[in-house]
Every structure is written in structure tokens, then in C-alpha cells.
Design a protein around this ligand. Structure first.
Ligand SMILES: [Fe+2]
Length: 309
């Protein structure tokens, strides 16, 4: 319950993201032939891409420039989206219910986060089968979205208070990791001069899939900018590259899981420094368990968000 007596919204799963691109074709080819998403449908301005599990994952929209515009999350299936407008209204957040925002999603509740990024929430949905063969890596799913923001604590408070995310870890004053399910993070907020994407992460199955990913990136001429590395916060094994729109893309597996919120610690793993491994603020370097640090190119900025404040 929030202070005005309304039930808080509780996001369950990160589901899909929408990007505009000035040059959609290279993006489409990249997501098909490297990431392993496939087209599930198109309309006059958008291409909808899904995973091998038939879940809508990414929307590409022709635009004047490249921007991350929208993040969509799933809420519990019994919820009526109109009821979710009340807690938003009590916080002076304007929202509207839209139909047919994407295939398989009849209705979505749409509003903006504090940095002007569009949030879409939906409850009931249907699987969408790709209409073409899956190629490339056939990633398991969209795993997390990391955003730059001028004020990580302010944005983290919004995602916590309004959307029900929990803080999993912090890095000093500069990075907040938040979960909406058992996985250590579905969202990260990093301190930056303005709102923009920090990186987008897709989940791989295991170490052999990571090996396959590095070989495919190498063969296709995508330079590996960081990793493979086992991170400290989240303890995922990760590798990073830039996609054709200069977005930093992470591929990872083996992320920490909080299987029981009441226990309050992550499922024990041999590589944890802390026993048990609880949410904390990480200070100083090195943070990663193994692997060398990022190439300087990994810190080059991705395109800013549309309407970024
Ligand atoms: Fe990440």
C-alpha cells in the first residue's frame, strides 16, 4: 500500500523494449543473425521480434534517430489495468490504457518514468510464434535493461515505489541494481549526465552458449569490449559488444537468484565473497570475481533517449 491507501503495482517480468532507429535494416539483420530473434509480425512502421520461446522481445520502429523509447513489463494475470491507474493517479502520474500496442497484447497501461521513458504494463497476453526460422544465437530472453540517469536514487525510488522493484545491490553512489522476480536484476540505474541506455542484456543458456556467442561475434567482426567476466554484483558471466546502432549489448548466463524474498539472500554459490550473499553497497575495485576490465570503447555513449530530460 502506498501512503494514500492504494495497492502498489508489482511488476513481475521484464518483457520487451522498443527502439526507434534511423537505419532499421542493419538493426533487423543484427537481431536476426546475431542475437537470434525472429520476426513475429510487422505493421506500417514497426517490426516485432520474438524469441525461440515465442515471446515478443523487441520492437524496431523507423525513426529520425536511434532511441530507446519504451520498456514493457508483465503484471499478474488477474489484474485489471484500470485499477492500476488509481495508484498512479494518487502519485500524479498520468496514464492511459491503449489497445493493440503489440501483437498478443490486447491492452497496455502506458505512462512515463521520471526520465521520460515510456513504461507499458500488461496483464493478459498470448505467445507469438515467429514467422521465419530462428538464426544466430537464439538467446533465451531479454534479461535486463541498464539506464543512465542523472539521479539513480530518484529513479530507483520510482521503480521501487511505483512498480514494486526491490534493490539487489548498489555500487557506491553510482549504480543501483533492481529485481522484479528471482533474478538479481531486471533493471539497473547508472549515474550519467543524461538519460540514455547504458546497456541491454540478453540471457544465454550456459557456458557452451557463451562460447558459441564469442565465436559468432568474432566471425561477424563484432569486437568483444568486455569479458568474458564473472561480475561481482549479480555474479553473472557476461560479455559485451556494440550493435550497429552503437548500443552496448551484454550476453550473460548464471546470474544470482533470490529464490525466496523472506530469506533475503541470494542462492548460495561457491564464487560468492559473502556467506550469505545479501543485497549490499559494493565499494572499490576489483568487483568482478574474474576477468579483466572493459575496453575504453565500452564506455562510449549510446544514443540518448527520445525526450530525455
Ligand atoms: Fe548488465
Amino acid at each position: 500500500m502506498n501512503s494514500r491507501g492504494h495497492e502498489m503495482i508489482k511488476v513481475k517480468r521484464l518483457r520487451h523494449v522498443t527502439f526507434t532507429s534511423a537505419d532499421v535494416e542493419p538493426q533487423l539483420d543484427y537481431y536476426q543473425s546475431v542475437i537470434g530473434l525472429a520476426v513475429i509480425g510487422r505493421d506500417d512502421r514497426r517490426i516485432f521480434l520474438g524469441t525461440e520461446s515465442d515471446e515478443l522481445t523487441l520492437v524496431l520502429e523507423q525513426g529520425a534517430a536511434s532511441h530507446l523509447t519504451t520498456i514493457a513489463y508483465e503484471v499478474a494475470p488477474h489484474l485489471d489495468l484500470a485499477d492500476l491507474q488509481k495508484p498512479l493517479a494518487s502519485l500524479d502520474i498520468k496514464s492511459e490504457i491503449r489497445s493493440d500496442t503489440a501483437p498478443g497484447i490486447a491492452k497496455a497501461l502506458v505512462f512515463n518514468d521520471p526520465d521520460g521513458l515510456q513504461i507499458e504494463l500488461f496483464s493478459r497476453w498470448e505467445f507469438c510464434k515467429p514467422i521465419e526460422p530462428i538464426r544466430g544465437l537464439a538467446v533465451a530472453k531479454l534479461g535486463h535493461v541498464a539506464l543512465y540517469t542523472p539521479d539513480p536514487e530518484r529513479v530507483a525510488k520510482f521503480y521501487g515505489d511505483v512498480l514494486g522493484f526491490r534493490v539487489s545491490d548498489r555500487i557506491e553512489e553510482n549504480f543501483v541494481f533492481m529485481r522484479c522476480g528471482p533474478e538479481h536484476h531486471a533493471m539497473n540505474f547508472a549515474r550519467g549526465t543524461e538519460a540514455r541506455l547504458h546497456h541491454l542484456a540478453f540471457e544465454l543458456r550456459d557456458a557452451s552458449h557463451m562460447h558459441q556467442a564469442c565465436d559468432l561475434l568474432g566471425r561477424k567482426g563484432f569486437q568483444i569490449l568486455w569479458g568474458p567476466v564473472r561480475h561481482g554484483p549479480g555474479h553473472n558471466v557476461a560479455v559485451y559488444h556494440h550493435n550497429p546502432d552503437r548500443y552496448l549489448i551484454e550476453l550473460y548466463y548464471s546470474m544470482d537468484l533470490m529464490l525466496d524474498e523472506e530469506l533475503g539472500y541470494f542462492e548460495p554459490r561457491p564464487w560468492h565473497h559473502d556467506r550469505p550473499q545479501r543485497p549490499k553497497t559494493w565499494v572499490g575495485l576489483p568487483r568482478d570475481v574474474w576477468g579483466v576490465g572493459p575496453a575504453k570503447e565500452a564506455h562510449e555513449f549510446s544514443p540518448a533517449m527520445r525526450g530525455a530530460k
